[in-house]
Design a binder for this molecule. Structure first.
Ligand code: NAP
Length: 249
């Protein structure tokens, strides 16, 4: 296992769920972490917790859909720690709805955050990682990238895009023998706030037709992220699909 001590990471969506757990796990492993999201109060709590446990972090309040926010976060990170080794493109929304509801604004929001947000992140770090000749980009996709169910058309589309963008970038970097690794992690159902933003109530009626199962916890995905990062340099974990043991599909 490669040590992550003193590496520098930006984690988006660090204010809750998988991003929060991942930022915490990275800090525990000795990584200096820029905590990126919009909710400053939530980032503040995590920043304090990391500091209280001897770790290093700072609050990077930002919106992943805004390239200028990305530039500011990268600039702040470099000013503070002089390098940037890891980007965890985790921020995302899952605004499931049946398409006949025409929640067009929510469709566009998912494309803006889940796809364009990831692209802005890649654009903000790639030149620097190429110059450094090192780096890890981990994109949090979803098992919805490889399946579609009633209500998930746009969300699944955004996550399929994340998988293909990850694989395309990985392939281009590998062709050049550029030591920057790209990984796409596809979690199944995880206990987080993600579903709380769904506005189409009929989705919940549909969900209730499924038998209850034990979900993954955000820490399970944080452990998956660490697994990928801790591999020796010649190993690029391209994709990981990790679902609850009880999740049938
Ligand atoms: N939970 C699951 O079952 C599951 C399964 C597969 C994949 N995923 C993926 O895992 C990732 C994290 O989701 P989660 O489950 O941990 O849900 P979550 O608790 O709702 O976290 C989502 C995070 O994204 C951030 N975010 C949303 N829009 C943003 C924006 N415009 N700019 C910056 N940050 C933004 C939120 O922070 P602010 O609101 O503070 O900005 C929040 O920290 C998502 O990409 C999701 O699609 C989750």
């Amino acid at each position: 296992m490669t040590s992550l001590e003193d590496k520098v990471a930006i984690v988006t969506g660090a204010s809750s769920g998988i991003g929060e757990a991942t930022a915490w796990a990275l800090a525990q492993a000795g990584v200096k972490v820029a905590l990126a999201a919009r909710r400053k109060d939530r980032l503040g709590n995590l920043n304090k917790k990391i500091g209280d446990h001897g770790g290093q972090a700072f609050i990077a309040q930002m919106d992943v859909t805004k390239p200028e926010d990305w530039q500011a976060t990268v600039k702040q990170t470099l000013k503070k720690w002089k390098s940037l080794d890891i980007l965890i493109n985790n921020a995302g929304v899952m605004l499931l709805s049946f398409m006949d509801k025409l929640k067009v604004e929510e469709w566009m929001q998912m494309i803006d955050i889940n796809v364009k947000g990831v692209l802005h992140g890649i654009a903000a770090v790639l030149p620097l990682m190429r110059e450094q000749k090192r780096g890890d980009i981990i994109n949090i996709s979803s098992d919805a990238a490889i399946k579609v169910f009633p209500g998930s058309a746009i969300y699944s589309g955004t996550k399929a895009a994340v998988n293909w963008i990850s694989e395309g970038l990985r392939s281009e970097l590998a062709r050049e023998k550029m030591p920057i690794r790209v990984t796409s992690i596809m979690p199944g159902a995880v206990t987080t706030e993600l579903a709380s933003h769904i506005t189409d109530r009929d989705i919940f009626t549909y969900f209730r037709t499924h038998p209850p199962i034990e979900f993954l916890q955000p820490d399970d995905i944080a452990a998956t992220v660490l697994y990928a990062l801790q591999q020796p340099g010649h190993v690029d974990v391209n994709q990981i699909l990790v679902r609850p043991s009880q999740q049938a599909a």
